[in-house]
Design a protein around this ligand. Structure first.
Ligand code: PLP
Length: 387
């Protein structure tokens, strides 16, 4: 059943997103609430093990959200004051914020003309002596040009932190994304492919990085809670570097375990819904659709279409028409260079492709339980403005 619009817009009958919490999700959460340990307990361990197995990475460390995952990854690879870290202009501000949280500088780089990925030419141009790392983004759930980025990183001795916030279930050359770079960072925010309400995960194949992240996640303590209570005096531990409280509690971990069990089904339903949009919208002049693939290189987190000037309406006009017809859509996101705090990190002339792309993109409603009626409403509104 469709829930009422949270923002109290009575016109909205077709939300952009609806979380999918099943009875078995609720059961496991209720059970865990009866545990003695409500944080740093068995569910966290189980969730991390399951996630590392699913992604084929040696280590998985659950954290409170993906921004924390990015921040700790940067810390663990040694990013410090005045280092530079490259990010695409088209991404969520969390990447830039995590860099500033290390007192480092984001280098904002343009995307390609025809897709949403970091431009390799511009990437190469922006590498300086101070560059330490690159954060490629598997944006909207599609595996980005990670191998090319990785090759550039290797040639320049740079670290790679993959932003996989959108990409649980996305593979690239048969490897789960995030397992290619030094770390991969995932988000379990409610709109994501799987959710723990708030939550995140870092994956890595490096024990050194994993140990560091585990330590920084819990105040920088040199011993885990389990180790402290299983031998010696529990209050004896060291702090070699101050850390944070970026822990994921037992309740969220349990929800994560339950959701991860269904991820294949969740992503299959997303792909089916994306495929339905594709079949109905593919011949509309001026509309560019996401690639339709069947090889797990896209997990269809978002269905972002492009409205070019060959369509009768502009992106903003279409947004308003859809809204007038009860459909909520949105844009992911304003380019980073437009935010006041980040204007000084880029020149508008160097981010032309992102600026153009930003004016074209619109994310249509997409979630695993979306109905045909819901999608037909979106499709029919778009079709009614076809030239
Ligand atoms: C691309 C990208 N990176 C990072 C994040 C941050 O995730 P979180 O909200 O879990 O901190 C998001 C959140 O939407 C995102 O879309």
């Amino acid at each position: 059943m469709m829930k009422k619009d949270y923002f109290k817009d009575s016109k909205i009958k077709y939300p952009a997103y609806q979380p999918w919490i099943t009875d078995s999700d609720k059961k496991i959460v209720e059970k865990v609430m009866g545990q003695n340990m409500l944080t740093l307990g068995p569910q966290l361990e189980k969730f991390e093990k399951a996630f590392s197995k699913y992604t084929g990475s040696k280590h998985a460390i659950a954290v409170s959200n993906c921004t924390a995952a990015l921040h700790l990854s940067l810390k663990a690879i040694g990013v410090k004051e005045n280092d530079e870290v490259i990010i695409p202009d088209l991404t969520f501000v969390a990447d830039a914020n995590a860099i500033l949280a290390c007192n480092a500088k984001p280098t904002i780089v343009d995307i390609n003309k025809d897709n949403f990925f970091l431009s390799i030419t511009n990437l190469k141009k922006n590498i300086t002596k101070k560059t330490k790392a690159i954060i490629p983004v598997h944006i909207y759930g599609q595996a980005c040009n990670i191998q090319e980025i990785f090759d550039v990183a290797k040639d320049n001795s740079l670290k790679v932190i993959e932003d996989c916030a959108h990409a649980v279930g996305t593979f690239s050359n048969s490897k789960h994304v995030g397992a290619i770079g030094d770390t991969g960072c995932f988000s379990f925010y409610p709109t994501k492919n799987m959710t723990t309400a708030e939550g995140g995960m870092v994956i890595t194949n490096s024990k050194k990085i994993a140990d560091k992240i585990r330590q920084l996640r819990s105040h920088g303590m040199s011993k885990s809670l389990k180790d402290r209570y299983s031998k010696g005096y529990p209050w004896i531990f060291d702090i070699t570097e101050p850390g944070y409280n970026y822990r994921l509690d037992e309740i969220r971990s349990a929800l994560g375990i339950s959701q991860l069990k269904r991820i294949k089904k969740i992503n299959e339903l997303r792909r089916k819904a994306a495929s339905y949009y594709y079949s109905k919208l593919k011949e509309i002049p001026g509309i560019i659709l996401p690639d339709m693939v069947n090889d797990n290189t896209h997990s269809y987190h978002l269905y972002t279409i492009r409205i070019t000037n060959k369509f009768r309406l502009s992106r903003n006009q279409l947004f308003n028409k859809l809204k007038d017809n009860g459909v909520r859509t949105t844009v992911y996101w304003m380019p980073i260079h437009e935010y006041t705090a980040y204007q000084k990190f880029s020149k508008a002339s160097n981010v032309k492709n992102t600026t153009k792309m930003y004016n074209e993109i619109l994310a249509l409603p997409l979630f695993p339980t979306i109905s045909k009626k819901h999608q037909d409403r979106v499709i029919n509104v778009i079709k009614s403005f076809q030239k």
